[in-house]
Design a protein around this ligand. Structure first.
Ligand SMILES: [Cu+2]
Length: 449
């Protein structure tokens, strides 16, 4: 039998599938078998345990319908793996031989494509092209060597539109087997996937035919305020591995620090091709690896910079009402409908503050209580909490940042403020300081000497 062929004996006993029911961020899974590595932390997720079988790392993924809490009070009926959407992160080491059993408990066939991996063609998971689809109730086995270190993804390559719109995806991290010139050691290594859904307020199942108009923009199938913060110690080197399996690009923005993109799904980026940024666009099907030293204390926002992606389910047909005076109309309507309410006359911030009754299963459009009031965010928004006293390896939420006195933007008492001093006059371009000379354009040839 060829070395690359799957051992029929090994297949005889399937490893017990492990299931996770909590959407909480699980602590890193420190390896107790196989080669050592520094594990990642999956945002509002977990790493799949494995068993060693004669030198092969064996995992068991179960494709199945799941109920995912996307935020407190908002549950979605998705499809995922081993109890959650996204599925568990798979962590291996460069050079590991990996065997993954995939059991299909969905009502239709599926397959798994190992996005970004070097592997034998027949292990690539493209239903119909490289393998027959995995029919409901059946188990397939994939086996290959994790040939290069990096961050990868997994997702079905069978009825993709439906299965990815339903949340079937996961991350895969291959750690380097030794010190790698382009892969730095970090103290905190976070990973998560960007995923988008179209779930009407009050309903539970995503609309799978949606092409563009998604209304739920999530990180690992969670939306703010349901997304955990990234809690780190001051001066930690921090890495984010972010994969995009939505249907549009997401410019991911970090406050208070600059980062470098140190890797893509193609592997580590050469040092000469790295530059500092505070926002990096992650296109569909891409992975970006961001690294920075968290050397500024505080609660730093981190979010998608498309402002509609930091909101939860909303009616897209709401007209822009800024500057419209409804007072006369409202009075007339209130006579007929006592609860009538006008929205958006001064902007949409009121939406976050008013206690409007929501349908039973949804998340408010913009919400999240911060220490100073409503954060007016939703969707793809979280925080990096940098603290001096966060213990190494402690990922728990340290609470709100206590700002040193005098370091918070604050209101001033305009009435009792010193008199306004006129700003110094700045000469316009073409004017010399205070001369008041007007510049005239002369037509060529009209010079007189
Ligand atoms: Cu976005």
């Amino acid at each position: 039998m060829a070395a690359a062929a799957i051992s029929r004996v090994a297949m005889a006993a399937l490893p017990e599938p492990v299931t996770q029911n909590s959407p909480a961020t699980m602590p890193p899974l420190v390896p107790n078998t196989g080669r050592p590595y520094n594990p990642v932390v999956t945002l509002n997720g977990w790493t799949l345990p494995w068993r060693m079988n004669q030198g092969v790392k064996e995992f068991h993924l179960v494709a199945e319908p799941v109920v995912r809490e996307m935020a407190p009070g908002f549950k979605a009926h998705l499809w995922g793996y081993n109890g959650q959407s996204p599925g568990p992160t798979i962590e291996v080491v460069e050079g590991d031989r990996v065997r993954i059993f995939v059991t299909n408990k969905l009502p239709e066939h599926t397959s798994i494509h190992w996005h970004g991996q070097r592997l034998p063609n027949g292990m690539d998971g493209v239903s119909g092209l490289t393998q027959p689809s995995i029919k409901p109730g059946k188990t397939f086995v994939y086996e290959f060597e994790a040939r290069r270190p990096g961050t990868f993804m997994y997702h079905p390559h069978a009825d993709e539109m439906t299965q990815m719109a339903m949340g079937m995806m996961g991350m895969w991290v291959t750690h380097p087997k030794a010190r790698h010139p382009l892969i730095d050691d970090v103290q905190r290594d976070f990973c998560f996937l960007l995923s988008g859904y179209d779930i009407d307020p009050g309903s539970y199942t995503p609309k799978i035919m949606t092409m563009l108009d998604f209304n739920i923009w999530s990180w690992n199938s969670r939306v703010f305020p349901g997304i955990d913060s990234f809690n780190v110690r001051l001066n930690d080197k921090v890495r984010f591995r972010i994969g995009n399996l939505t249907m549009t690009n997401h410019p991911i923005h970090l406050h208070g620090h600059e980062f470098m993109v140190t890797g893509t799904d193609g592997g580590p980026t050469p040092k000469s091709a790295r530059w500092l940024e505070v926002t990096t666009d992650i296109a569909v099907g891409q992975m970006r690896q961001l690294e920075f030293v968290a050397d500024e204390e505080g609660d730093w926002a981190m979010h998608c910079h498309k402002s509609h992606h930091t909101m939860n389910a909303m009616g897209h047909n709401v007209p822009t009402m800024i500057g419209v005076d409804h007072s006369g109309l409202t009075r007339k309507i209130t006579r007929l409908i006592p609860d009538y309410m006008v929205m958006g006359e001064r902007g949409m911030a009121d939406m976050a503050e008013m206690e409007m009754e929501l349908p039973v299963n949804t998340a408010p459009m913009m919400t999240g209580q911060g220490p100073f009031g409503s954060v007016e965010m939703g969707g793809m928004f979280s925080m990096v909490k940098v603290r001096k006293d966060q213990k190494p390896g402690d990922y728990s939420d340290p609470g709100w940042y206590a700002h040193p006195p005098g370091t918070i933007a604050s209101p001033i008492d305009v009435a009792n403020a010193p008199p306004i001093v006129a700003a110094p006059v700045t000469p316009a371009v073409g004017e010399s300081q205070g001369s008041g000379v007007e510049v005239r354009v002369q037509r060529p040839g009209s010079h007189k000497h």
